[in-house]
Design a protein around this ligand. Structure first.
Ligand code: FE
Ligand code: CA
Length: 517
């Protein structure tokens, strides 16, 4: 095409740049000019409380380009936001200004307050004359107020190149109070056979802040993921792949010196914060980030979101799926630290609510992983899960003893599992139930049962349910019965799968065992 004469805006921008801050006389931050919408990554909300929630966006006119297409300048870019009481955003009840800092990848996090409890609101942003899509979020009920039901989704493990995010499209159509994300929001590596993948990531394995920002940008361009974020508030927690596979504390998988790995962790945590609807309390400080936190829904649900990566000791016995060695019983082995453990214990034992949710990342139930007939070897454990930390796990189930209202919700396995968390491994009395949610896309299509499941079940009497399809959980919490629906997809290697309810599992308050729903 013959190049046309540049218009005024292009002249102002110096041709190639798509954004510029023009400081006008008498104004502070200046006026931002953008050639394209900066709202390519959608909007999100998180951590609802009784009079508000976090709203999030990130300015990225060219999401995969350097600086996501933003011109870098000090002072940040002004953004306005509005929260409305109606879906059409006609009745605006709160509005304000925010700054998208270059230092934070031009992300915007606003903590809204002054809203009414337990009702939906709609929100959107405006920048340089461009308007974002609208999102919806529901405030939490007043703490301690009588509440008959709460409903939430559980999702995570969304390797982009392993499959499409159709499950998120279905989640966006669920009527839920919130979503719990158990981590693996991005994958740093390209796991699987590249030639067989339904889609592909750009860029090498991330190490720097800009690398991680770009990986998030690619993921967040997905319209199904954007729809799920826009549909409800999320409580997000990270697992391993936001930084590196199976990292633990200050150790990575490769024996990198801790002080070097912590630089990578710092970059990855900053990118995580920038891309998630987190409160300011989660703004990283150096290589540290506050992830574990609590939300109380009326008098019904005390939700505890754990951090099982940042404070854990390195996996014992060489990690992986292996028999125990003596290292697994090291007295100093821990999955969470003493501070987080004391915080959780205090939370569980205060009479907050009828149910205690322990929402976390890796499987807590002991599980013998043998799935071949008479292989001639002993018990095999997943040493990256709580099974690698048997003493710490026993301490954890001690905190559940006598409560009868604890439900553990977990991810990481890329399979659905449900069963009992028992005292002293698999033989003791059940102290809680655990629902392990599958993956959004990681692992590809899957099938109803994996080969060897019968053998696995024969070794694991605590296990009530197993399924190897992609999908998510819907937890419907009533005053006396907690119901968990296992939603599964037929395929993820192409878009368009429907969703079906593979199982309806339930637990009665006071009796930690699974019953027919
Ligand atoms: Fe995963
Ligand atoms: Ca994981």
């Amino acid at each position: 095409m013959f190049p046309s004469f540049p218009d005024r805006r292009q002249l102002l921008l110096g041709g190639g740049a798509v954004a510029a801050s023009l400081v006008l006389p008498g104004t502070g931050r200046g006026q931002t000019v953008l050639a394209d919408t900066p709202f390519t990554l959608g909007v999100a909300s998180g951590d609802p409380w009784p009079d508000g929630f976090v709203i999030w966006t990130r300015l990225a006119p060219k999401p995969l380009d350097e600086h996501a297409g933003m011109t870098m300048a000090p002072g940040g870019v002004p953004v306005t936001w509005e929260v409305a009481a109606d879906e059409g955003l006609a009745q605006v009840v709160r509005t304000g200004d925010a700054v998208a800092w270059a230092e934070l990848g031009h992300s915007v996090h606003v903590e809204i307050s002054g809203l009414d409890p337990h009702r939906p609101y709609w929100y959107r942003f405006t920048c340089a004359g461009f308007r974002s899509p609208a999102g919806r979020a529901r405030t939490a009920p007043v703490v301690g107020s009588r509440l008959d039901s709460v409903r939430f989704a559980v999702a995570g493990c969304q390797q982009y190149d392993a499959g499409f995010y159709t499950a998120y499209r279905h989640i966006s159509e669920e009527d839920v109070d919130f979503l719990f994300h158990y981590g693996d929001y991005i994958y740093e590596g390209r796991y699987g056979d590249e030639a067989k993948k339904p889609r592909h990531v750009v860029g090498d394995e991330p190490f720097s802040l800009d690398d991680y920002r770009r990986r998030y940008a690619l993921y967040k361009l997905d319209p199904d993921l954007q729809a799920a974020h826009a549909s409800c508030a999320w409580f997000v927690t990270n697992d391993d792949h936001e930084i590196q596979n199976n990292w633990a504390g200050s150790s990575d998988q490769n024996g990198t010196p801790p002080e070097i790995f912590l630089l990578r962790r710092q970059a990855a945590f900053q990118a995580y914060y920038e891309n998630m609807p987190l409160r300011k309390t989660s703004l990283p400080r150096g290589p540290d980030m506050q992830i574990y936190r609590r939300a109380i829904y009326g008098d019904l649900l005390n939700a505890n979101f754990l951090d099982t990566r940042q404070f854990r000791t390195d996996q014992p016995c060489g990690d992986g799926f292996q028999p125990y060695c003596s290292e697994a019983f090291a007295p100093k082995a821990q999955m969470i630290n003493a501070k987080e453990e004391a915080w959780l214990h205090d939370s569980l034992t205060r009479p907050h609510a009828r149910w205690n949710l322990v929402a976390q990342q890796v499987m807590m139930m002991p599980m013998d992983r043998r799935n071949k007939a008479d292989a001639g070897y002993g018990v095999i454990n997943n040493l990256d899960s709580w099974a690698g930390y048997p003493e710490a796990r026993q301490r954890m189930v001690e905190h559940f003893r006598g409560l009868g209202n604890v439900v553990v919700v977990t991810g990481d396995e890329h399979q659905n599992f449900a069963g009992e968390l028992r005292d002293k491994g698999v033989d003791g009395q059940a102290l809680a139930v655990e629902f392990v949610s599958t993956s959004i896309s990681s692992g590809g299509n899957g099938s109803d049962t994996r080969p060897g499941t019968d053998i696995l079940k024969s070794h694991n009497p605590q296990l009530d349910f197993e399924n190897d399809q992609r999908g998510y959980l819907i937890c419907d919490v009533g005053r006396d019965v907690w119901r968990t629906d296992v939603r599964v997809l037929d395929y993820v290697d192409r878009p368009g799968s429907g969703v079906t309810t593979r199982a309806r599992l339930a637990v009665e308050r006071g009796k930690p065992k699974l019953v027919e729903a």
